[in-house]
Design a protein around this ligand. Sequence first.
Ligand SMILES: CC(C)(COP(=O)(O)OP(=O)(O)OC[C@H]1O[C@@H](n2cnc3c(N)ncnc32)[C@H](O)[C@@H]1OP(=O)(O)O)[C@@H](O)C(=O)NCCC(=O)NCCS
Length: 174
Amino acid sequence: MPMDPSESEPTSIPHAGMATLTVERATLQDVPELAALNNLFAPDGLTLPRTEAFVAKHIDDYRLIRAADHSVLGCVALDEYSPSLVELVSLAVLPKAQHRGLGKQLIEAAAQLARVRGYPEVFSVSLADRLFLSMGFAQSSLEHYPEKVARYASISRSEVSLSRKYLFTRRLAS
Ligand SMILES: CC(C)(COP(=O)(O)OP(=O)(O)OC[C@H]1O[C@@H](n2cnc3c(N)ncnc32)[C@H](O)[C@@H]1OP(=O)(O)O)[C@@H](O)C(=O)NCCC(=O)NCCS
């Protein structure tokens, strides 16, 4: 997906109880931390395992939030299926930084990026139902997304067969 100049603008979204944190583009220097943060939750099936090579190849699709010491507190990524379909993936916030609104900031940043890139819709597969429903997503079903089932069937049957996981979708204004 070609880069859009507006993608380079960081977004700052104030939220209660913390100094304003900024959602930023990721750089290749962030690759080890991004892979480690994503893979922290992979054993529980909450994220798909990612190698550092995968993250490096897709670095333009990642967004992150840093602590004051520049370490990564949270991340999210877009995974394109077609010019009209993209998935929000690798949403992860360090346990010590959870419940402070970072997850919501990252979801909003990913939705904005998908909108800037021209996708009419973004979807995600997650256990975090209240979180996605509170961010303008509506619950849908995997059966409406055969591309998702086909792509991940060979990687992680556990994700598509996890009965507690839901698929959420959000329409994006043009
Ligand atoms: C999901 C996750 C990113 C949320 O990050 P966060 O920074 O805590 O999110 P926010 O503070 O913006 O929002 C938290 C709210 O989201 C909702 N929420 C978070 N996790 C949830 C879950 N597993 N199930 C249902 N609702 C959830 C709750 O309403 C929560 O409110 P609370 O803080 O009052 O309990 C974080 O818990 C995480 O990294 N989890 C492990 C990885 C994961 O499940 N990723 C999602 C894959 S798509």
